[in-house]
Design a protein around this ligand. Structure first.
Ligand SMILES: *Cc1c(COP(=O)(O)O)cnc(C)c1O
Length: 236
């Protein structure tokens, strides 16, 4: 079977755009990593990408999908990390903890306590990003920014098996100026509560350049990499 090299061209294009955005805003390109979201991708395209490019991380929002799609992908070639980006349901926490390196969607104390307990039983640390909400209108999860510092305190004090490694947020569809305002708010929160070396995961296919300009070091990109031709839609 011939490989779909469009995926590689798309990935390189995304990298170039991230480089340009980081130059423009005076950020360190070397410190920005791509989380390649595979939820709409074909497994053969994922394999192609991971064979030929050093991809920092892949992300899926469902456990079952990740097992099917990543099964034959050469995740070990470049030590690509596995990130869980979906909503965290309490009946799935154990599976997620077992199968993924980092959970991006921790947003409440109850799930945190549960993960803490399960991590202890598995004799591992649960590496998590705190998901925060950028707007009330979104149905996605995420803690309110106002309440997030208190939540961090509770997690740190009560859940020794949780390693909080940064922040994730999903932006609404909005004009660039509004996006910038929202990303700045999260960046500010991140700077006040986390280390520089932690993850600030902002930006998706439609808004990753703005996100990088505003300080994201881990944009999560699906469509822009796995669409089948430049400018086209996903049709797989
Ligand atoms: C699907 C998804 C992405 C990637 O979205 P694209 O628009 O395809 O880049 C990023 N983050 C989360 C949480 C997602 O569910």
């Amino acid at each position: 079977m011939t490989e779909n090299t469009a995926v590689l061209a798309n990935y390189d294009n995304v990298l170039e755009r991230i480089k340009a955005a980081s130059l423009k805003s005076g950020r360190d390109f070397e410190k920005i990593n791509i989380l390649a979201v595979t939820k709409y991708a074909r497994s053969q395209d994922i394999a192609t990408l991971l064979t030929h490019r050093n991809v920092f991380a892949v992300g899926e929002s469902r456990v079952q999908d990740s097992l099917q799609k990543w099964n034959n992908a050469p995740l070990n070639a470049f030590k690509t990390k596995k990130f869980f980006i979906g909503q965290l349901q309490s009946n799935k926490t154990l599976k997620v903890l077992e199968k993924f390196d980092i959970i991006c969607s921790l947003d409440n104390a109850k799930i945190s306590a549960r993960l803490n307990e399960q991590a202890e039983k598995l004799d591992k640390k649960a590496n998590c990003l705190l998901q925060v909400k950028l707007t009330e209108k979104l149905t996605q999860g995420g803690a309110d920014l106002d309440e997030a510092p208190a939540l961090i305190k509770v997690i740190k004090e009560q859940n020794p098996n949780i390693n909080l490694r940064g922040v994730m947020a999903i932006a609404p569809i909005a004009p660039p100026q509004e996006l910038r305002r929202l990303f700045k708010k999260v960046k500010n929160f991140f700077d006040n509560n986390f280390e520089k070396s932690d993850y600030l995961s902002l930006g998706m296919s439609e808004d990753y350049e703005v996100a990088v300009e505003e300080g994201s070091n881990l944009p999560r990109i699906g469509g822009a990499i796995f669409k089948n031709n430049a400018g086209g839609n996903n049709d797989n």
